[in-house]
Ligand binder design. Structure first.
Ligand code: ADP
Length: 549
């Protein structure tokens, strides 16, 4: 800035100086020329007068330092010259001033000397005898005049440069100081000169825009943080160089991060090749997924690049806990294997019996026994398939079943009635007690709960034993209890009997027509009614299972 101002001032000063020098020189030159010539005229007139009066003696002993005096005869020969020998000088008749003086009485002329540094002024006057007195004088040329003025001009120039420097630095400081002292965060508080007002106006508008954008950004950040805080999935926002910009609590938990991760590189925070590979793929614009090593638990990470105008602007990592999914998959695998196994046994029996019958290898009196075997195994398969269908419907959330008010006591009454024959056959007394309790539920599932519990209580009972079903309302809850005096369940297996296909005594269960799915159906159906199950059992004494709705 200082340099610019300095250059501007210097340019103006140089132009002014040059113009004024030229102007002054022109005026001075004209003035000096005119006065020099006038002086020469006056001197010539005096010399002519002297020569007229005194004749030749006027020139004797004449000493003229400033002027050169020449006396020229009417024929042009030089009779006297103050600076040269007159005899050596040529005829002067052709000289312009002489010719003019002879003609008009007075003549003047100007001529440059050889060097052009000087100009000669001539003035001649004719005397009464026809001779001519001529005076000449030298005058400086424009160049000489300029050279004589050079020193003061240079002095003025140096002074102007110094003044320009001083002024430039002062001006620059005065212009720049308010800019340096300006507070862009608070444009209204700045005391500036009026030329800065447009800049301040722009700053004010920008401040307003920035404040608005900041407000929008922080409200969006708050929204994002609130949403991500409540997510069960981990979410991590990374910069294009893999630094953590934002991370939610779930991500910290799933990645076992204890320190504050913001601003650090994710590849340094998390060990293992997988994260590094995912990040580098996302940095190359490729979406990638991977399961983390077992040290993290069951974690799946998806990495997605965030592109803006064709360039990578960040990376989003989504972290999922897949332990439930893996458990479910494991259960499904086990279930499929169990189902195939459970179906294989009766199918083998049926196929074996049928083959023997087909080959006529069965004695006629044994045919009814083989037919009964086939029937029983087929019934077992039907029961198994029915239970599997019930379970799969429960797994899907029983969406096709309607909820309605159900009287639990009435439902228990009809179920007990349907099982009374089986109880009689097993020599078990089956009783119901309690009161009418209405709950909101799915009748088929509630009936399944009561049926399976009562069926087990009869199946795993002793001859002469009893089963007591009770339906009561306690603490605002409906409670169904099935208590038997049966074989009981060993304590270490009480937890597991609700698992699919789990049986305490497999052969006994098969003997009494169990599928191993009854209590799984009870557990699922209870869960769909938000009901809790309680089990008390003592081997050899009996079992009590309660469901509280
Ligand atoms: P199952 O079809 O074999 O009865 P469940 O799932 O209903 O299958 O029951 C699982 C196992 O729990 C049974 O095989 C049995 O060993 C045990 N169990 C269930 N209820 C009783 C009970 N009331 N008394 C004794 N054991 C029982």
């Amino acid at each position: 800035m200082t340099k610019r101002i300095f250059r501007a001032i210097c340019t103006v000063a140089a132009i002014v100086l040059l113009a004024s020098t030229v102007l002054i020189m022109g005026i001075l030159y004209d003035y000096f020329s005119a006065s020099r010539m006038q002086q020469l005229r006056d001197e010539t007139a005096l010399a002519a007068q002297g020569a007229e009066i005194s004749g030749e003696s006027f020139f004797d002993g004449m000493s003229a330092e400033d002027f050169r005096v020449t006396w020229i005869a009417p024929d042009g020969t030089v009779k006297y010259d103050s600076s040269k020998d007159a005899k050596e000088m040529g005829n002067h008749l052709e000289r312009e001033e002489v010719r003019e003086a002879i003609k008009n009485g007075v003549g003047e002329s100007e001529r440059y000397s050889d060097t052009l540094m000087e100009k000669q002024l001539y003035c001649a006057q004719k005397l009464s005898d026809g001779s001519v007195v001529r005076l000449s004088n030298s005058q400086y040329s424009v160049f000489t005049l300029f050279m004589s003025m050079l020193t003061p001009v240079l002095v003025v120039l140096v002074a102007a440069v110094c003044a320009a420097l001083w002024m430039a630095s002062r001006l620059a400081k005065r212009i720049v100081r308010p800019l340096n002292e300006m507070d862009p965060d608070d444009p209204n508080e700045n005391d500036c000169y009026e030329e800065l007002e447009p800049l301040l106006r722009k700053l004010r508008a920008q401040q307003y825009r920035i404040a608005k954008q900041e407000q929008e950004l922080s409200s969006k950040r708050r929204e994002f943080e609130a949403a991500s805080r409540n997510m069960t999935e981990g979410i991590v926002l990374l910069s294009d160089s893999a630094e953590v910009l934002s991370i939610n609590e779930a991500a910290k938990r799933l990645l076992n991060l204890r320190t504050d991760a913001t601003g650090k590189k994710i590849t340094e925070l998390c060990e293992g090749e997988e994260i590094r590979r995912l990040v580098s793929m996302a940095q190359n614009g490729i979406h990638a997924e991977a399961v983390l090593p077992p040290s993290y638990g069951s974690r799946q990470v998806n990495a997605s690049p965030v592109m803006s105008e064709g360039k990578l602007s960040g990376i989003v990592l989504l972290i999922f806990d897949i332990s439930e999914k893996e458990k479910a998959e494991q259960m499904r695998r086990e279930f499929t294997a169990n189902v195939s196994h459970e179906l294989k046994t009766p199918l083998h029996t049926i196929s074996g019996c049928a083959e023997l019958l087909q080959n006529g290898m069965v004695k006629p009196q044994d045919i009814p026994m083989f037919a009964e075997n086939i029937y029983n195994e087929a019934q077992r398969m039907i029961a198994l398939v029915e239970d599997i269908i019930k379970l799969s419907r429960l797994d899907e959330g029983a969406v096709d079943m309607k909820r309605e008010p159900v009287d639990l006591y009435a439902l228990a009454q009809s179920t007990v009635a349907s099982l009374s024959r089986a109880a009689q056959e097993a020599k078990v007394a089956l009783d119901l007690e309690g009161e009418s309790v209405v709950i909101d539920g799915i009748p088929q599932l509630l009936q399944g709960i009561i049926y399976n519990l009562c069926d087990n209580a009869i199946k795993y009972n002793k001859k002469g034993g009893s089963v007591l079903v009770s339906v009561r309302s306690a603490d605002g809850k409906a409670k169904l209890t099935v208590k038997d005096t049966g074989i009981g369940i060993p304590p270490q297996q009480q937890e597991r009997i609700f698992e699919r296909f789990y049986r305490v005594d497999k052969s006994h269960s098969k003997e009494v027509g169990g599928t191993g799915l009854g209590l799984s159906i009870v557990k699922h159906a209870a869960a769909l009614h938000n009901a809790s199950i309680e089990l008390h059992s003592t081997p050899g004494e009996g079992t009590e299972i309660s469901v509280s709705f």
